[in-house]
Design a protein around this ligand. Structure first.
Ligand code: BES
Ligand code: MN
Ligand code: ZN
Length: 501
């Protein structure tokens, strides 16, 4: 999709379609008002006859409106003016785009960015319109023999901004929105890919593609032989039951001065999690292909970063691995010596994410990082606690937690903090090893984070449990591209590129 901004009055637009809002009940937005005047009351007469009430998401497509240069005018219901919130704004944009795409308008000038959304400025409205558009038009049909093609798809959208002064703000918003969307799209593609194709080697190939496309991106591969040398026995144990080799891909982005401490992201990359010997029930097991959602998120994030050419150093780790049962598989009762030297008693081979991540988190100490953030579809308990709306955030470093929460609020990619109090640590006690990989039924998300916290003492660290947010189940099953928006926002906030919004 091609996006641009302009600032002009609606009657001068000579586009295939002009998009304007109508509030409930039958109240024209200022731009719709202007069109109404030029068309000598044509629009208001339709509303009086009851063609459109203005309920959120209602659409009315008009052709050949008198005195209007554009072929079509799309009236979009925006609900009660005072009640228009962020979520409704995004829903309205989504519906508008789908309508335009299906009704043969290949180009549109959209005035919905002039709607009043509480507390949000032009930057926010344009950026979220771009992200919503790209998100809504995404589909994964690479593996279908018949692709669903739209006959006259929407190709170009012009967002109108109220004043010429806001043109450059709008352009930044488009640039940021497009970079975030392209990161999300890569995240979705890789996450949606089936586990017979997307294995740890596939993740490594995707990382290398990114490095080929950007000259300040490079990749280091840590394969099983290297892991053995490094003593990453916990990571190796999880992959032992699988024919697919464990591979950790380390993506280096250099946008800052060499020597500047990097920000490190570590993604759980279980390309399939069968549970191993502690095997999962059959129902819905296919969804465990998404257990690499953390790695997909890191990969997508690295793409956004590279497109934005952010002025800092960033490392992204894809901790690729497959958890399978088999005669070589690790078992309940095994005691593993992690890279850190700490020993772990395995009580359940399905609590494998933490066993992979702990060694990856020790590995990244070598970068002397400023901050390390891990992303993981770590616990089913997180889905029970927060549902599918919020990512679980756990951190022992308050300033970092707050930065992430702010970013989540700004990006609409929400996170909610859970405690990481010392009291929970005892649930990991083991009679035979330093601790176990299982914390019992209570507070499963927290005890998983407690486990990780024992490997992250050397830097400021936050953990994102994306088990509920990385993908959707059911009829619309698919990767969401989260938490790419939140993390890109977190980084944008560290630069002065971000508009205060
Ligand atoms: N990948 C799963 C977590 C998960 C399950 C995410 C369902 C999303 C939906 C993880 O490896 C796992 O199996 N966790 C166990 C931990 C338990 C054995 C302590 C879980 O959540 O049941
Ligand atoms: Mn598991
Ligand atoms: Zn898992």
């Amino acid at each position: 999709m091609e996006f641009s901004v302009k600032s002009g009055s609606p009657e001068k637009q000579r586009s295939a379609c002009i998009v304007v809002g109508v509030y409930e009940p039958r109240r024209l937005s200022p731009v719709a008002e202007q069109l109404d005047e030029i068309s000598e009351g044509y629009i208001s007469s339709l509303l009086r006859r009851g063609d459109l009430e203005g309920k959120p998401g209602q659409m009315l497509l008009l052709h050949h409106v008198p005195n209007i240069l554009s072929e079509r005018v799309l009236l979009v219901g925006c609900g009660k003016e005072r009640e228009l919130n962020e979520r409704q704004y995004r829903q309205i944009i989504d519906k508008t785009i789908k309508t335009l795409n299906e009704t043969g308008s290949m180009e549109a000038v959209c005035f919905l960015t002039e709607l009043h959304v509480k507390g949000r400025d032009t930057y926010w409205k344009v950026r979220h319109a771009v992200e919503t558009t790209q998100d809504g038009l995404y589909n994964f049909d690479q593996l279908k023999s018949r692709k669903g093609e739209t006959r006259r798809p929407l190709r170009k959208i012009v967002f109108n901004v109220p004043t010429r002064r806001e043109l450059s703000v709008g352009e930044d918003a488009i640039r940021h929105g497009l970079a975030i969307s392209s990161g999300m799209s890569l995240c979705k593609d890789v996450a949606n890919m089936p586990p017979n194709i997307c294995n740890p080697a596939y993740l490594a190939e995707e990382a290398k593609k990114l490095a080929n496309d950007h000259k300040n991106v490079s990749v280091d591969i840590v394969d099983e032989a290297k892991m053995k040398e490094l003593g990453m026995n916990s990571y190796l144990a999880v992959g032992r039951g699988s024919e697919n080799e464990s591979i950790m891909s380390v993506i280096n982005y250099q946008g800052g001065k060499s020597g500047d401490a990097p920000i490190v992201f570590v993604g759980k990359g279980l390309t399939f999690d069968s549970g191993g010997i502690s095997i999962k029930p059959a129902d819905g097991m296919d969804e465990m292909k998404y257990d690499m959602g953390g790695a997909a998120g890191v990969l997508g994030l690295m793409k956004s970063i590279a497109e934005l050419q952010l002025p800092m150093n960033i490392v992204g780790v894809l901790a690729g691995c497959e958890n399978m049962p088999g005669s070589r598989a690790y078992r309940p009762g095994d005691i593993l010596t992690t890279m850190s030297g700490q020993t772990v008693e395995v009580l359940n081979t399905d609590a494998e994410g933490r066993l992979v991540l702990c060694d990856a988190l020790s590995y990244v100490e070598r970068f002397n990082p400023d901050v390390v953030i891990d992303l993981a579809t770590l616990t089913g308990a997180c889905v029970i606690a927060l549902g599918r709306h919020a990512t679980g955030l756990l951190s022992s470093h308050n300033p970092l937690a707050h930065e992430l929460l702010n970013a989540s609020e700004q990006s609409g990619d929400r996170a909610w903090r859970m405690p990481l109090w010392e009291e929970y640590q005892d649930q990991l006690d083991s009679p035979f090893a330093d601790f176990s990989n299982l914390g019992g039924r209570e507070a499963g998300t927290i005890t998983a984070a407690c486990f990780l916290s024992r490997f992250t003492k050397k830097y400021n660290w936050a953990h994102l449990d994306i088990a509920g947010t990385a993908w959707r189940s059911g009829k619309n099953k698919g990767s969401t591209g989260r938490p790419v928006p939140m993390l890109t926002q977190y980084l944008l906030n560290k630069t002065d590129l971000a508009d205060e919004s």
